[in-house]
Design a protein around this ligand. Structure first.
Ligand code: GLU
Length: 467
């Protein structure tokens, strides 16, 4: 078991959990499960100004929602980067003692002035041989060797970096605190990480980090940089512009299985003619070598369509249980809610919703004393010549008919035919009178659930309002 790979997921707790982070976590988790390896969760919490414990909890909850369960035997952590600060500093000093790093006291302004003078961009290695020994105002910089750095990446293939394009980068700030590049490597070494699967935006960091791995005497991990997620305009998903918070999708009633399946298909597809496949199938099939290089379009419409499929595949009991959290803030008074009636309605709406958060608005007409009337729908349907007649005659017909949806439908069909109209037309005012809207669950089934007395009361209320 000791050779089993060690993957890791290393988020920074600085905000809502980004769908891109979720995909990276899932890639790591799928690989961990298939290879019998370990998934290490490391919270990179060294940016004190942006961290907060609630974001850390958010990460753990979001992972659990995705099925990455912190009690699973292949899950290790969470570790906290901030607790390893002494190790990061010790590694930096080791690099200094070995000659791989040197102190530098130039300020940002001085660096800029030199750069203007020499015409070379960035820091030019001015302090390499000045023999500074550290102290206030000095940063520790890595001495980038001449030559080339070759990164072998499972997604991107062989990526070559010419070292003269990489400046001597900072390892320790002038206040002594370690930079991300260093802390991230030292933690990976300490946590015996063998495989780094992360977002493509870190690819430019990779040659620098590989140099640190080498200088600290360790074999670098197997790298894989997965393509960024983009929006419809092919712009990188951003939290200012796009809906990126996993939490938001969860609240809107996207099912975790649908989200997991969809995220895994961003840049990768299971073999066969459907992308909708069970998690175990993904675990068996997923290979980084098959992940596409190009940016992946995070298509909310496609996510919704996946979700609709997953909703329809639920058993009725699962669907009802899944709806429960969405009913908590529903618009009806709690005492009017009836779980048995809801179960009858659930059967009617399960095939008609894409996300579970749509459910309350589809069934609220039953649990509200009076349906909320959509005024546009009212104007459109109640203004027609036949509206008042159909409402009145239908009320008459159903006062004594059998109470089931077939009988309720025949009653309207007879009237519709007798008046040379189409059922689609005559249903509309009845639906608005009963539900307040023009769309909703199947009408006659809804009327059956609502009951005779209440249906007649609503038809009468609509007649009075028109009259
Ligand atoms: N903390 C880094 C981030 O959230 C992750 C770096 C890595 O995966 O190596 O972007």
């Amino acid at each position: 078991m000791s050779d089993a790979p060690r993957y890791r997921f290393a988020p920074s707790p600085t905000g809502f959990f980004h769908v891109g982070g979720a995909r990276t976590a899932l890639y790591n988790w799928a690989l961990t499960l298939r290879t019998g390896g370990t998934f290490v969760l490391r919270i990179e919490d060294t940016d004190e100004s942006r961290n907060s414990p609630e974001w850390t909890q958010g990460i753990i909850d979001a992972l659990a929602w995705l099925g990455i369960d912190s009690t699973h035997p292949q899950f290790e952590g969470p570790y906290f980067q901030s607790q390893n600060a002494a190790l990061h500093v010790a590694a930096a000093h080791k690099l200094f003692e070995q000659g791989n790093a040197y102190w530098c006291d130039l300020t940002a302004d001085q660096i800029q002035a030199r750069s203007k003078e020499t015409g070379k961009q960035g820091y030019d290695g001015y302090s390499r041989d000045r023999g500074l020994t550290g102290g206030p105002g000095q940063v520790l910089r890595f001495r980038v060797p001449a030559g080339q750095t070759i990164v072998q990446d499972l997604v991107r293939g062989q990526v070559e970096f010419s070292n003269d394009t990489i400046e001597d980068f900072v390892l320790l700030r002038s206040n002594g605190s370690p930079m991300f590049l260093l802390a991230n490597v030292v933690d990976d070494i300490e946590m015996k990480v063998s495989n780094v699967v992360r977002a493509e935006e870190h690819l430019p960091n990779t040659p620098k980090q590989q140099m640190i791995w080498d200088a600290l005497g360790h074999t670098p991990p197997i790298w894989a940089h997965v393509p960024v997620l983009v929006n419809e305009q092919r712009k990188k998903l951003s939290k200012r512009r796009d809906k990126v918070a996993l939490e938001q999708y969860r609240e809107e009633g996207i099912l975790p299985d649908a989200m997991v399946n969809y995220l895994m298909t961003l840049g990768w597809a299971p073999a066969g003619d459907t992308e909708i496949v069970p998690w175990q199938h993904i675990v068996d099939e997923f290979r980084l070598e098959d992940v596409n290089h190009s940016p992946a379009f995070f298509d909310i419409k496609k996510l919704n369509s996946f979700n609709g499929d997953y909703v329809r595949a639920m058993s009725l009991d699962e669907f009802i249980a899944g709806c429960a959290p969405h009913l908590e803030n529903a618009p009806w008074p709690a005492e009017r809610f009836n779980p048995e009636v809801f179960a009858q309605l659930a059967l009617l709406v399960q095939t008609r919703v894409v996300t579970l958060s749509e459910v309350p608005a589809m069934v609220d007409f039953v649990f509200l004393e009076n349906p909320v009337i959509d005024e546009d729908a009212w104007t459109k349907t109640m203004g027609s010549d036949f509206a008042i007649n159909v409402l009145r005659d239908y009320a008459g017909a159903i006062t004594s008919c059998e109470w089931n949806h077939d009988a309720l439908k025949s009653a309207l069909e007879s009237w519709t035919e007798a008046n040379g109209l189409k059922l689609g037309k005559t249903q509309a005012p009845i639906r608005v009178a009963i539900t307040g809207r023009t769309v909703g669950p199947p009408l006659f089934e809804s009327i059956e659930v609502l009951g005779r007395e209440e249906t007649l009361r609503r038809l009468q209320a609509a007649i009075t309002r028109i009259g």
